[in-house]
Design a protein around this ligand. Structure first.
Ligand code: UDP
Length: 245
């Protein structure tokens, strides 16, 4: 791994990155042929990690943890160590897909419904004609099928494994299985395949820029309200910790 700077939010590491430096780190990890789990951490994941020791350990052990979402950027400001920008999973997927056209990295898509992952792969090929999608598999397989999924990934010789199983399931799956997959990089990318497939839509850029992507998500999917309460709870916890220490 290249030299890196990290901050700590509620005991969890966050790498100080821009999209460009994130891609450089991943590129050097592939060149070093080790394995590297990349976690795109949003407020929900960091909050969940406070009550989920397994997730907490995954964050400590991850090769790279990016700040995904305004909640994490806000927390970095509260702590007096402001991060320059978010590195969201969906944007990182695009940045790596674009880079892979030059480097020849092989990509594997794991997750979402069969028709969604098929459409996501087709759309990626349309957007990045020189991309190598080595393989894909839907995300609704039983625990007992893990071995055959890993066998499929391994025989494709994939370098980057994008996992869209929902958070934190994807992070846990990668933690348990990346070293058996033969891939160098494993990244949980949440609902990215649904966006690539056109099944769900991302907030308009202006909303993303002013940090209101969460509001757009809530409007599209009001049932997320309970999960999204993690955001104010997370900010509250960050403030509380700052005051107490
Ligand atoms: N998903 C999956 N297998 C499952 C559950 C979910 O492949 O058992 C996929 C789902 O189809 C979607 C993605 O995981 O493409 C993200 O799901 P969700 O939006 O619930 O997750 P989050 O926003 O928390 O990452």
């Amino acid at each position: 791994m290249m030299e890196r700077e990290r901050l700590e939010i509620l005991g969890c590491p966050i790498d100080v990155l821009t999209m460009d430096t994130a891609v450089e780190h991943i590129s050097s990890a592939i060149a070093n042929t080790g394995t590297c789990q990349v976690v795109t951490a949003n407020a929900e994941i960091l909050y969940a990690a406070q009550h989920d020791p397994e997730l907490f350990v995954i964050l400590q052990d991850a090769g790279l943890v990016t700040a995904d979402g305004m909640g994490v950027i806000l927390a970095s400001r509260i702590l007096g160590t402001p991060l320059a920008e978010r590195v969201a999973g969906y944007d990182l997927l695009h940045a790596l897909a674009a880079r892979s056209e030059r480097t020849g990295w092989k990509i594997y898509l794991l997750g979402a419904k069969q028709e969604v992952v098929d459409a996501a792969a087709a759309n990626l090929r349309r957007m990045y004609p020189a991309i190598t999608i080595a393989g894909k598999h839907h995300g609704y397989f039983a625990q007992e099928e893990t071995g055959s999924v890993l066998h499929d990934i391994k025989q494709t010789g994939a370098d980057i494994l994008f996992v869209a199983l929902g958070a934190p399931r994807a992070e846990k799956w990668i933690y348990a299985n990346l070293n058996k997959s033969g891939a160098s990089i494993g990244i949980g990318v949440g609902g990215s395949f649904d966006i690539l497939a056109g099944v769900s839509v991302r907030a308009p850029l202006w909303m993303q820029r002013i940090g209101l992507e969460w509001l757009f998500r809530l409007w599209r999917q009001p049932s997320r309200i309970w999960r999204m309460l993690a955001l104010p709870k997370f900010i509250w916890m960050v403030l509380w910790n700052k005051w107490v220490h």
